[in-house]
Design a binder for this molecule. Structure first.
Ligand SMILES: Cc1ncc(COP(=O)(O)O)c(C=O)c1O
Length: 423
């Protein structure tokens, strides 16, 4: 058997072709991502052929602590040898410790946690809890929002392309433009269990909620007896320069959803954090009304506990803010030089979106970035916007390198377009 990196890459591609998803393979090929990932270390991913890439996609927000963080890997390894998964019969110490930590770290009166395995699952639970706690059926969500791809989370999401093939979904969602409080007020009535919002719309192209918007939504919910669910699956745990993005607006939701970075880039874990009031209404009569076999397993909770410890100890929240300013100003300097190609650079902390005048040009730039050793991707609901969500531990010199490679990639693509007479 040929064990050269090239042969392994060809073999993996063939298996994708025959057994995984041939269309996805084609797309990866077009973008230059048809290489086999092999190792991760800090902000760097290396492929099997030994090429290094600075990871500016960060697993859509998973790798806030970088790849294969040693302290987390060690903590998980020790737990794996001791008791990896819960028996589901006895009390689970890592789960209890993590719930206590989240109660201390989340704002306001958020107190109880339910653990699951992903962002979509956290959203599913949040929707169920809101219905149960209010006795109401309906929800308000926003155009372009992204909450996951299970049936409930998809119903809450605001892009028809991903929803239409699966209808009927939950048809009790009203969609309003993000940032438009008057539209939300018009959609609000006594049937609304909750409003579900991302404080910064991630997959819609990194749109920060306008000043005062989240607060106004909170007040609207309170006036009408509806709950506020803030989906911080992508914004949570320091990425935006606050531990939770809702802190930028001083608003506490009734239910907060977390996942992605919570597992420290080592284990999958999601969480629904809610108030005592919500928990009393959901779990008092039947404590097993909502359950998950793997949710809250010891290995995942240990990873999350270690991740929270490191984020606080190393003040990665401040680091995200400072590093975000450096990256943002670098990207803005590129925008100034290519105003016909880049129309906007926006975001908060290390959650940054770069908007292209043309989505196809953006795709070419992504391919050129990979060649230059930088991994980035466009946002799922808005192909005009490329997102930069590197690990919070990215160094200043890596940021400067990213900006440099980005500038070169745009120059490359501009020259190519000129050669073909497109511009
Ligand atoms: C805000 C938000 N909610 C939910 C999800 C779904 O998370 P998962 O892919 O872990 O199901 C995502 C994923 O990108 C997200 O960004």
């Amino acid at each position: 058997m040929d064990t050269t990196p090239e042969a392994i890459t060809a073999d993996v591609a063939r298996k994708y072709q025959d057994y995984v998803n041939p269309t996805a393979l084609n797309l990866l090929r077009l973008a230059g991502f048809d290489r086999v990932e092999h190792t991760g270390n800090g902000a760097i991913i290396s492929d099997i052929e030994g090429n290094d890439y600075i990871d500016c996609l960060g697993g859509y927000g998973v790798f806030s602590l970088g790849h294969a963080n040693e302290e987390i890997v060690d903590a998980v390894y020790a737990q794996l040898r001791q008791l990896p998964l819960s028996s589901k019969t006895f009390l689970n110490k890592p789960l209890a410790d993590l719930a206590e930590q989240l109660a201390h770290l989340t704002p306001g009166n958020l107190q109880y946690s339910f653990f699951c395995n992903s962002g979509a699952e956290a959203v599913e639970g949040a929707l169920k809890f809101a219905r149960m706690a209010t006795g109401r059926p309906a929800f308000i969500s926003t155009h372009g929002s992204y909450h996951g791809k299970t049936l409930g989370a998809l119903s809450a999401s605001g892009r028809d392309k991903y929803k239409d093939p699966f209808r009927p979904l939950l048809e009790t969602f009203n969609f309003v433009p993000f940032g438009d409080i008057a539209a939300m007020e018009a959609a609000m009535d006594h049937t609304i269990a909750a409003v579900i919002l991302e404080p910064i719309q991630g997959e819609n192209g990194i749109f920060v909620a306008p000043d005062g918007y989240i607060k106004a939504v909170r007040e609207l919910c309170d006036r009408h007896g509806a709950l506020l669910i803030l989906d911080e699956v992508q914004t949570g745990l320091g990425r935006t320069g606050r531990l939770f993005a809702c802190e930028h607006s001083g608003v506490t939701p009734d239910i907060l959803t977390l996942a992605k970075a919570l597992g420290g880039g080592v284990m999958p874990i999601g969480a629904i954090v809610g108030t005592k009031d919500v928990w009393d209404k959901v779990f008092t009569v039947n404590p097993y009304l909502h359950t998950s076999t793997f949710g809250g397993n010891q290995a995942a909770c240990i990873a999350a506990l270690k991740a929270l410890e490191i984020i606080q100890r190393d003040d990665l929240v401040t680091r995200a803010e400072v590093a975000g300013e450096r990256l943002m100003s670098g990207l803005r300097s590129v925008q100034v030089d290519f105003p016909g190609i880049l129309v906007d650079v926006r975001g908060r902390g290390l959650m940054i979106g770069v908007e292209f005048a043309d989505a196809d040009v953006g795709k070419l730039v992504i391919g050129s970035l990979v060649k230059g050793g930088v991994v980035a991707a466009y946002t799922l609901n808005n192909p005009e916007v490329m997102r930069f969500e590197p690990p919070l531990i990215i160094s200043d010199s890596q940021i400067d390198q990213v900006v440099c490679v980005f500038r070169d990639a745009i120059l490359d693509v501009q020259q190519m377009l000129e050669e073909f007479g497109v511009v």
